[in-house]
Every structure is written in structure tokens, then in C-alpha cells.
Design a protein around this ligand. Structure first.
Ligand SMILES: *Cc1c(COP(=O)(O)O)cnc(C)c1O
Length: 377
């Protein structure tokens, strides 16, 4: 039996043949596949604009840039997330502020976020942890009134819904990632989704060195070869090879989402009666969907966590912990003075969390292996 990871890509023959077609075409990068994938994403996510990037972290860097956040400004996010959620803000020279998490959703508590806002706050970056859509509606109006830009880190949440609202509602920009463990993959890749034309223009500029060729924007010449570098951007472009894969993957996104929810439902039914674990129940409402990038299991007793982690790995199940709180990383302790005890709910969560396998290609036999191990523990 292969090692059963906590997450893994699903690639089929259609994906492979689409990539091969692009390899044989005229364009390997900056060809037609990029805008084709952007249009498909807009359609799938129900938004106006999409800008693809070479990875999700670069996409977030673009979103922080587009927000206008500057050196010394502050942004608020959750301590229970991957480093990338905050790194874009750090690249801009901004100062990270954390809001402790809610015990039930594992997302930053919306009331805590509102309380943490001050005159220096320029951006709030809520993360839909595991695929449970953030209650964006609760925070968006009060933050918008203060001119704060909301960047939704929806890396875990492609296809998620809450009361009929989607990842792009009640936020200024939403980021999705196409890393192989995420819902669909391009190898590396990511995108910002937005309904705002100004953000869209700034994101496109940022992705391509800050260079524009748009005749209406050019200041100093209109010659046919002419372009202008207007801002300091980066080369954060994605290739046509990757986008060919992304277009093919997106066609299967609903099928993937269904399988993830099916697995989560089976886990919940199997484990809800076990004293040792706290597990998540999928929503049984078509307007509220957890996209289950992760299936986080909380050990009731933090003393069991290490033993459980090692036991699963010894038995071929490559579980993972999501996440080591960001404020406890040496970089954050050294540069911003964070310390143990700053965010007690997040730290308690970290002490008890283990993510067990959930991905569309998980076979019934592999699923059964995980269940048997968990029941025996
Ligand atoms: C995956 C992920 C990202 C983006 O990561 P990339 O690997 O750069 O695409 C951002 N935030 C979170 C929470 C993630 O899990």
C-alpha cells in the first residue's frame, strides 16, 4: 500500500493530454491558456476578475501590494495558518497583528478581529481554515467603513459556501492556491479573485514587473514597440503548461468537492462516538458547504497527540499538524516580540490537532485502513 498522505493531487489521462497539447503548441507561457483559465475561474467562482500567479504566496503578495499597505502599517490575521497568509504583508514592510481563534470553527474570532482594529490597520486577512468558509459578512461592513481592505485567504476553500455566499463575497480580494494538496492543482499556482477593476489592474501590473503596454496608460510615447515600467513589480507569471492542467482540473472540481465531503461524512460517523477525538460534522445544507481541504481531528487530551501522530505514521498514514502557530515561529518572536501565551486558544488547538487523510483519490481500502487505526488507538 502506498503511503497515505493527508492530502494529494488527482491527475487523470485528460489532464495529461491537455498538458501535452500545450507542450506541442506555440506558447509555453503568456499564451492563450492563461486568460482561458482566468475566465473559467471567474465563471466557477462567480466573480468579475481573476489574476493568476506563479503560486498562492505570490498571489497574496500581489493582493497586499494592491491594497496599498505600506511600511509600518498593520494587518490582522489568524495565528493558525500557513506562513504565506502573512508573508505578503511582511514583504510590504507591514506589521503583523494576530487575532485569537474561535474554539468551534478554528478560524480567527470575528469579534476579536473587530476589537483588534486601530488607526494603523490597513488590511485584514481572514483564513477559511480547512475549508470552513469564514463568516466574512460579520466583518466586512465595519471594516470597509474604516477603509480597511479585506483579503480572504481561501487557499483551503475553493467551492466552499456559507448561507449561499461564496469565497468572493464580502471581501475585496480572495486568494486560491493550486498546490498539489489543494482542491485543484497546477503543480504550483494561485490566483486572486476580485470584483474590483482597480485591484484587478494593479494585480496584473504587479505580476509582470510593473510593466504596462496598454496604449491609454502610456505617458511618454505611443511607439508600437513601447512599454513602460510604472511600479516595482515581479515576474510572478504562471505558464500555459500549468494553466492547461488547471483548466482540465477545474472541470472536476465539483466531483472532488463531493468526494471530500463524502469522506468527511464517513469519518464523522465513525469517530463521533470515540471519546479520544473531537471531529467535524459536514453541513447537510446545499447553501453551506465545507470544502474540507483538511480533516482536522482534535485529541481531547493533548498528552495523546504525540503518540497518536507517531502511531499513524508508523502505520503508513502520513498525518500532519496544521498549524504551528505563526506567532511562535522564531522569526515572529525575534522581530515582533511575540511569545508563548499570547494567543491561548490557538496554542491549545495546536497542542491537540492532527490532520488525517482527505483527498479525492483516497480509495475505500485506504479510508478503511485509517478508520481501523483510529478505532484501535
Ligand atoms: C497553500 C496555502 C497558501 C498558498 O500557498 P502556495 O503554496 O504559495 O500556493 C496560502 N495560505 C494558506 C493557508 C495555504 O494553505
Amino acid at each position: 500500500m502506498r503511503t497515505i498522505s493527508y492530502g494529494r493531487q488527482y491527475i487523470d489521462d485528460d489532464d495529461i493530454s491537455e498538458v501535452v497539447k500545450t507542450l506541442k503548441s506555440d506558447y509555453l507561457t503568456q499564451g492563450p491558456k492563461v486568460s482561458e483559465f482566468e475566465e473559467a475561474l471567474c465563471k466557477y467562482c462567480g466573480c468579475e476578475y481573476a489574476v493568476l500567479f506563479s503560486n498562492g504566496t505570490a498571489a497574496l503578495h500581489g493582493a497586499y501590494f494592491a491594497s496599498g499597505i505600506e511600511k509600518g502599517d498593520e494587518f490582522i490575521t489568524t495565528p493558525i495558518t500557513f506562513a504565506a497568509s502573512a508573508n505578503g504583508g511582511l514583504y510590504m514592510g507591514a506589521v503583523p497583528v494576530f487575532s485569537d481563534i474561535d474554539k468551534e470553527t478554528y478560524n480567527a474570532d470575528p469579534d476579536e478581529i473587530i476589537k483588534s482594529v486601530n488607526e494603523k490597520t490597513k488590511v485584514v486577512t481572514p483564513v477559511s481554515y480547512g475549508g470552513n468558509l469564514y463568516p466574512l459578512k460579520k466583518i466586512y461592513e465595519p471594516l470597509r467603513k474604516k477603509g480597511i481592505v479585506v483579503i480572504h485567504d481561501a487557499a483551503h476553500a475553493l467551492g466552499a459556501k456559507k448561507d449561499g455566499f461564496k469565497i468572493t463575497d464580502f471581501c475585496d480580494m480572495a486568494m486560491v492556491s493550486f498546490h498539489p494538496v489543494k482542491h485543484i492543482t497546477t503543480g504550483e499556482g494561485g490566483a486572486i479573485l476580485t470584483n474590483d477593476r482597480t485591484f484587478f489592474e494593479r494585480l496584473k501590473l504587479f505580476r509582470n514587473h510593473g510593466i504596462t503596454k496598454n496604449p491609454d496608460d502610456l505617458k511618454f510615447s505611443k511607439e508600437p514597440w513601447y512599454y513602460e515600467m510604472r511600479e516595482l513589480g515581479y515576474n510572478y507569471r504562471i505558464t500555459d503548461i500549468q494553466c492547461a492542467l488547471g483548466i482540465s482540473q477545474l472541470k472536476k472540481a465539483d466531483k472532488f468537492l463531493k468526494r471530500r465531503n463524502e469522506i468527511a461524512g464517513i469519518y464523522y460517523e465513525e469517530f463521533k462516538g470515540l471519546d479520544k477525538f473531537k471531529v467535524i460534522k459536514p453541513y447537510d445544507d446545499e447553501n453551506t458547504i465545507n470544502s474540507f481541504h483538511l480533516y482536522p481531528v482534535l485529541l481531547r487530551n493533548s498528552k495523546d497527540r504525540k503518540r497518536f501522530f507517531e502511531y499513524m505514521r508508523e502505520n503508513n498514514v502520513w498525518v500532519q499538524v496544521h498549524y504551528i502557530p505563526l506567532h511562535l515561529m522564531p522569526y515572529y518572536r525575534d522581530n515582533f516580540g511575540f511569545k508563548e501565551g499570547d494567543f491561548p486558544t490557538a496554542e491549545d488547538f495546536y497542542g491537540r490537532e492532527v490532520s488525517i487523510p482527505i483527498f479525492p483519490s483516497l480509495s475505500d481500502e485506504e479510508l478503511q485502513h485509517v478508520i481501523t487505526l483510529m478505532r484501535k488507538f
